[in-house]
Design a protein around this ligand. Structure first.
Ligand code: PLP
Length: 448
């Protein structure tokens, strides 16, 4: 219909992560409202949001208390900034809260609006610090192949996926990538998981030595890789990686944008894997994405040189109009409060075994090659000889079949990711996997 939302979307709206050429044909799926773990399209069809939007709507849709917290703050002080010594209650309270929640001692919180901005800001802070400390040569950054850290110029450079580099002339100079810790695809013949983990650490050390340890400032990593395919680190991985960073005095930035606030069954992925980051970047579940907000937590080692009276490099010349936005901060505070009141973390621990059991069962399907997951995040990877030459084709078909049957997931190539709202019930977990299994049968008939 010429005046439909779909037609107007095609006419006027340029989408993220969407092939503009295909969008003209397929048009959008228009989502109208949400309730709990479900969303409804503009034809009234109901879907389970098995990805919590973009790994982010922890409390599910339609949480009235978050809307009310936003409305209260809107009326009291809808906007103020945090430049040049200005502040307001919500930003102070949220900074204090996040520092208190951190799994390792942290000194300060700094606010940004997206995961990409948080990681970009972390790089700028690391560079500023290097200059303040009189170590201007120490600017190189290492992240990992298949890591995902966002899309702004520096964050896209950190991201280790070809699609984020190709066509954009990225990565920026000095941003390097080390081995992806995916055991199944990266292992050498006869190599055990523990041996593979140690080799990942040796690869990291070799890169550091080759580049010159005095030139390496920081290492960025997600505790569990998300958008790169939900890659759960192999046994012994972090135990091997962290000593290498310590040995060369390299700062560790844990990108907790997906893992943070309960996803792995602990408050942070860093807690799950006993990480000792110097900087943590946070977003998504921080506000259940009801409003955009992100944050960096930095420890004393990072903060102290910035505040050192002896440096002469000038004011920290960085900040966003929306840094610490009072309405977003008020929503984040209410979101964290609700998580505590309802013991969402306890709920995740209670139902994660069911989620992981159903994930493994799906991984036993004839089209599946691997299921992997932890807490309430997981993925199943699929393959079929007839589609081996067109990577992503099978994943695309499965994704579509699931959506047709009322389940929205995300296909990362031939891997289907599961990351439901943390408040999902056991019954809804079963409903989600029942749909996934039925959709897989639909697809299997077509490729046999
Ligand atoms: N870091 C991680 C681990 C992410 O998963 C994402 C987004 O999915 C980002 C950073 C970027 O966040 P944003 O899309 O808010 O810029």
């Amino acid at each position: 219909l010429p005046n439909s939302l779909e037609a107007r979307d095609i006419a006027y709206h340029l989408h993220s992560y969407t092939d503009a050429r295909k969008h003209e044909e397929t048009g959008p799926l228009v989502i109208e409202r949400g309730e709990g773990v479900h969303v409804y399209d503009n034809n009234g069809k109901r879907y389970i949001e098995g990805m919590a939007g973009l790994w982010s709507v922890a409390l599910g849709f339609g949480e009235k208390r978050l809307a009310e917290a936003a409305a209260r703050q809107m009326e009291k002080l809808p906007y103020y900034h945090t430049f040049a010594h200005k502040s307001h209650g919500p930003s102070v309270e949220l900074a204090e809260k996040l520092v208190a929640m951190a799994p390792v001692p942290m000194s300060k919180a700094y606010f940004t609006n997206s995961g990409s901005e948080a990681n970009d800001t972390a790089i700028k802070m690391i560079w500023y610090r290097a200059n303040a400390m009189g170590e201007p040569q120490r600017k190189k950054i290492i992240s990992r192949v298949k890591g995902y850290h966002g899309v702004t110029l520096a964050s896209a450079s950190l991201t280790g996926l070809p699609n984020n580099h190709r066509s954009f002339d990225l990565p920026l100079a000095g941003i390097l990538h080390t081995t992806c810790p995916h055991y199944r695809t990266m292992k050498k013949e006869g190599e055990s998981e523990a041996e593979f983990a140690k080799r990942c650490a040796r690869d990291l050390e070799a890169l550091i030595v080759e580049e010159g340890p005095e030139t390496i400032a920081a290492f960025f990593a997600e505790p569990v890789m998300g958008a790169g395919g939900v890659i759960v680190p192999p046994e012994g991985y972090w135990e091997a990686i962290q000593p290498v960073l310590k040995k060369y005095g390299i700062l560790f930035v844990a990108d907790e944008v997906i893992c943070g606030f309960g996803r792995t069954g602990e408050l942070f992925g860093s807690t799950t894997y006993h990480l000792e980051p110097d900087i943590m970047t946070l977003s998504k579940q921080l506000s259940s994405s009801y409003l955009p907000i992100s944050a960096l937590l930095v420890n004393e080692k990072v903060y102290a040189p910035l505040a050192d009276e002896s440096h002469t490099i000038g004011t920290w010349g960085h900040g966003f109009t929306g840094s610490g936005h009072p309405v977003a901060a008020a929503v984040a505070l209410e979101n964290l409060k609700i998580m505590e009141e309802r013991d969402v973390l306890g709920h995740v621990r209670e139902i994660a075994p069911r989620f992981l059991a159903r994930l493994q069962a799906l991984g036993g399907h004839a089209l599946a090659i691997e299921a992997r997951g932890i807490g309430l995040i997981g993925a199943v990877e699929f393959t079929h000889p007839s589609l081996a030459d067109t990577p992503g084709a099978l994943g695309g078909r499965i994704y579509q079949a699931m959506q047709d049957r009322g389940l929205i997931l995300r296909n990362l190539g031939d891997t289907l990711a599961f990351c439901p709202p943390l408040v999902i019930s056991e019954k809804e977990i079963d409903e989600m996997f029942d749909i996934a299994e039925a959709a897989l049968c639909d697809v299997a008939k077509g490729v046999e």
